[in-house]
Design a protein. Structure first.
Length: 131
């Protein structure tokens, strides 16, 4: 599938955090900033803006977020692959999160320029919005 998407680069820099499996969700995450929380039988992961990251845990700083600028149906096929494939071909790792409405793809900040170029070459368009 050769799907062309509109993408929005968010201003914030994000951290991917791995907390102890049964840790409490940090109170700061209830403050209204964008964050993603996932708990499984094996791990507890939080993706949040750098300034909200908990201390003294396993984490990776410096991720930038590309948001698919469209509300999608859950049955749509090929959205993430249309982003992941050109980035994989450019040797750029991603961290992806999906919500009910859309998808978010994170790339390391030092690879952001190459990621944007690879996605534009694949036909994706970047839109600018005031946040």
């Amino acid at each position: 599938m050769n799907r062309k998407l509109k993408l929005h680069l968010l201003n914030e820099t994000f951290t991917i955090n791995k907390l102890p499996q049964f840790a409490e969700i940090p109170a700061i995450l209830a403050k209204g900033e964008m964050c993603f929380v996932a708990r499984t039988e094996e791990e507890f992961c939080i993706v949040c803006p750098d300034f909200m990251s908990p201390n003294n845990i396993q984490q990776e700083l410096g991720w930038r977020c590309l948001k698919v600028d469209a509300e999608m149906q859950l049955q749509e096929v090929g959205v993430l692959s249309s982003i992941a494939q050109p980035l994989a071909e450019a040797n750029i790792p991603i961290f992806a999160v999906s919500t009910f409405n859309t998808d978010y793809v994170f790339v390391k900040e030092e690879q952001l320029v190459n990621a944007v170029q690879a996605l534009q070459k694949a036909g994706h368009e970047f839109v600018h919005k005031d946040q």
